[in-house]
Design a binder for this molecule. Structure first.
Ligand SMILES: Nc1ncnc2c1ncn2[C@@H]1O[C@H](COP(=O)(O)OP(=O)(O)OP(=O)(O)O)[C@@H](O)[C@H]1O
Ligand SMILES: CC(C)(CO)[C@@H](O)C(=O)[O-]
Ligand code: BAL
Length: 294
């Protein structure tokens, strides 16, 4: 059960191998943490791994580019696949097991006939731009929970709507797992780390800071008493200075429901945004406080 510090993780491709290994660990009393990823790992993923290490005895990282959550015309084929580099990074972070199944292993009969439906909160924002995305995401996450029987799973706050929907699925379906949401890791200038950042050209990388700057502007407006509409306007104004960036949405939501807040909302809320730079889609979010105007 114990993992030697600095040892290469066990890399398994099949559900049976993973189950066999984890059954042995559990029989020895180990608590298991799961970190679901699509690979092309960066410091954001590694922060999830480090948190998982604190929460459990055995850390499993899954690496699977899940076809079910990609729409037609999205980047399923181009999505970076860097397994050797990923395993090397996970070795340094003391991961016990990497589960890297093929699509045939995960979906032996093709698209499963039973899937998870994300419900109304899965149809807005990311779900509106990427129809079916969250059903596909929740379906694979439910399968990973079932295969690993993990005690806890770690997700990133960068994908806030995803984390919200995973928590809701766990509550709605009484799944026996704890969900831990880990703060967003950023580059020094504030850009949220993302596997898709590597698609950006040099000039797009410089412009990508617009997401962070718009969230900052909204936070300042919220603190200054501008209200939800004023905060949205402040964020949108930053995007307006970058006509080459296509804004998908900029909104203020209630983190408890993921619904847009009303005009008279006050207190702690969440600003969320997504935008396209060329063919690359990025998303980000930040908590903000709406202070009532005095
Ligand atoms: N910058 C980050 N900080 C913290 N967690 C992150 C960060 N980026 C991704 N994660 C989390 O890592 C997990 C796996 O995400 P994924 O493999 O899709 O990486 P990604 O960088 O979000 O890629 P993409 O470019 O596809 O959005 C998710 O729970 C996600 O929220
Ligand atoms: C949670 C996840 C690994 C499911 O495929 C994916 O949506 C991701 O990487 O955020
Ligand atoms: N990081 C969220 C997974 C996706 O974009 O498909």
């Amino acid at each position: 059960m114990s993992h030697e510090s600095g040892a290469r993780p066990l890399v398994v491709q099949t559900k049976a191998q993973l189950r066999e290994h984890l059954d042995r660990s559990r029989a020895a009393g180990a608590r298991v943490a799961l970190v679901p990823t699509m690979g092309a790992l960066h410091d954001g993923h590694l922060a999830l791994v480090d948190r998982a290490r604190e929460l459990a005895d055995v850390v499993v990282v899954s690496i699977f580019v899940n076809p079910l959550q990609f729409g037609a015309g999205e980047d399923l084929d181009q999505y970076p696949r860097t397994l050797d580099a990923d395993v090397a990074a996970l070795t340094v972070h003391d991961v016990d097991v990497v589960f890297a199944p093929s699509a045939a292993e995960m979906y032996p009969d093709g698209t499963p006939s039973t899937t998870v439906h994300a419900g109304p909160a899965g149809a807005s924002f990311e779900g509106a731009v990427r129809p079916g995305h969250f059903d596909g995401m929740l379906t694979v996450v439910a399968k990973l929970f079932g295969i690993s029987e993990a005690d806890v799973a770690c997700f990133g706050r960068k994908d806030a709507q995803q984390a919200f929907l995973v928590r809701r699925m766990v509550a709605d379906l009484d799944l026996p797992i704890e969900i831990e949401v880990v703060p967003t890791v950023r580059d020094q200038d504030g850009l949220a780390r993302s596997s898709r950042n590597r698609y950006l050209s040099e000039s797009e990388r410089a412009e990508a800071l617009v997401l962070h700057d718009a969230l900052d502007a909204a936070a300042r407006a919220g603190l200054a008493g501008a209200g939800a509409a004023g905060a949205v306007a402040a964020g949108a104004a930053v995007f307006a200075e970058h006509p080459g960036v296509v804004l998908d949405y900029f909104a203020i939501v209630d983190p408890a429901t993921f619904e847009p807040v009303g005009a008279d909302a006050a207190g702690d809320v969440l600003a969320i945004t997504a935008a396209r730079l060329g063919t690359t889609r990025l998303l980000d979010n930040a908590p903000l406080t709406l202070v009532p105007a005095s």
